[in-house]
Design a protein around this ligand. Structure first.
Ligand code: UDX
Length: 433
């Protein structure tokens, strides 16, 4: 089928490439010329496993352009996969979604289905439809469908190709039939609902996972107080199929582009309808506190961080991505710098992005030194924080901690066995153990 995709971020680009992989002809639209030029040269602007390989493999079916009119004019299906960033009040900023809808309305010369893939508040698809009706230039039928994505960064391609489910939120049999044709080559179960339910499925799923993490983090905090071990506890919980064993890893909180934004957006939406969604509110609050939990633990050993060399292992919000959005490092590093510490930082792929964010932040970036290996970052440090469970960190020869000036390790991702660290004779604090 002839498909166009608005937006070349995580959602848009991954969707486009996976649809091309299944045999569709896909045009990716983005107004950012630098990104489009990069894509045209076969390079992906984001770090995502297998993405660039598939881009190159299906180059003949993939086009990248800023010329939306040409891309939209005869597409059978147009996906909107643009960003819906968080506004100051916690609500979702829908400017890019509505702007894409206007551009589609101005350009479409053929009947088509406009599919909203971006995570949007319930009711947004109706607004997109209203924009399309109001702004359309040609005498065409533009139907709207909701098709949320459930991809996680780092595994976005496989999450899309082998999705746990494909949710189609439609208001007509025609839209359902066309979308089923789009996904004919996929083996995932398909659930057909109305548009509002599909929009809600996305928020309800993300917020449930965020809730699960915050719950487990609170149980971990309690484990520390009562002498239980969170990993044994979650192993026991996870054996119950009603609970499941995924997303039970305690740590220093969830970050990323989705959970923080989508919990706040649902909370905002509930408030807008005069309803307080207490569980989600609690998940948000617990997460904020969890992010600074290790700093509190560190104060047991140092009253102030002034003059200390602090090794920071991991800057991204999780491994296998260069994304820093809402990463615990962004909360902790500025506090450490403010108190006069020198940061010896290491990350597998996130350093460049971290530098960009830090340049804009109001803190003393001269006191951050970046190292090519975790070993180098640890050398002679007074303290070490682990914020991301990169494979390189988990694979460290534990003897490396002996190269620190003082071997005090604060592990926010439970990377090492407590017994082994005890045998090593280092001070090791983790979460819930
Ligand atoms: C998430 C959802 O998984 C995905 O379905 C949705 O489409 C977008 O949001 P993502 O943000 O890429 O994906 O990453 P994910 O792997 O879900 O992790 C999110 C955060 O939760 C990370 O900071 C991670 O460290 C944290 N997390 C995850 C935990 O702290 N414990 C866990 O058990 C799992």
């Amino acid at each position: 089928m002839k498909i166009a995709v608005a937006g070349t971020g995580y959602v848009g680009l991954v969707t486009a490439v996976c649809l091309a992989h299944k045999g569709h002809t896909v045009t990716c639209v983005d107004l950012n010329e630098t990104k489009i030029k990069m894509l045209q040269s076969g390079k992906s602007p984001i770090y995502e496993k297998d993405l660039e390989d598939l881009m190159q493999q299906h180059a003949e079916r993939l086009t990248y352009t800023t010329d939306y009119q040409n891309a939209y004019k005869d597409a059978e299906v147009i996906f909107i996969g643009v960003g819906t960033p968080e506004k100051k009040d916690g609500s979702a900023n829908l400017t890019y979604v509505y702007e894409s809808a206007k551009q589609i309305a101005q350009s479409a010369e053929k009947n088509c289905i406009v599919v909203v893939k971006s995570t949007v508040p319930i009711g947004t698809n109706d607004k997109v439809e209203a924009i399309l009706q109001k702004e359309k230039v040609h005498d065409v039928t533009l139907e709207v469908a909701s098709n949320p994505e459930f991809l996680a960064q780092g595994t976005a391609v496989s999450d899309t190709l082998y999705a746990s489910r494909i949710v189609l939120g439609v208001e007509s049999e025609h839209a359902e039939a066309v979308l089923k044709e789009v996904y004919a080559g996929f083996e995932s179960p398909i659930l057909v609902t109305n548009r509002r339910s599909a929009e809600m499925i996305k928020y309800a799923s993300n917020d449930f996972l965020a809730l699960k993490i915050s719950y487990v983090n609170e149980i971990a905090n309690l484990c520390e107080l009562v002498g239980a071990d969170i990993q044994d506890v979650t192993a026991g919980m996870g054996l119950d199929p009603r609970i499941g064993n995924q997303f039970l890893n305690a740590g220093i909180g969830y970050g990323g582009s989705c959970f923080p934004k989508d919990t706040k957006a649902l909370h905002w939406l509930a408030n807008f309808h005069d309803y307080e969604i207490k569980t989600v509110k609690a998940a948000i609050e617990v997460n904020e506190l969890q992010k600074i939990k290790l700093l509190k633990k560190a104060r047991k050993y140092y009253e102030s961080f002034d003059g200390l060399t602090v090794a920071v292992l991991g800057l991204t919000f999780k491994p296998d991505t260069d994304d820093l959005r809402e990463a615990p490092s962004l909360v902790n590093v500025p506090i450490l710098l403010d108190e006069g510490a020198t940061i010896h930082a290491w990350d597998a792929v996130g350093v460049e992005n971290f530098q960009k964010v830090m340049e804009k932040a109001d803190c003393n970036t001269n006191n951050i030194v970046y190292y090519a290996t975790p070993e180098e970052a640890l050398n002679d440090a007074d303290l070490c924080f682990i914020f991301t469970e990169w494979a390189d960190v988990k694979a460290l020869d534990l003897q490396v901690f002996q190269t620190m000036k003082k071997a005090i390790i604060l592990d926010g991702r439970n990377c090492f066995e407590t017994e082994k660290m005890k045998e090593l004779g280092v001070i090791y604090e983790s979460i819930g153990r």
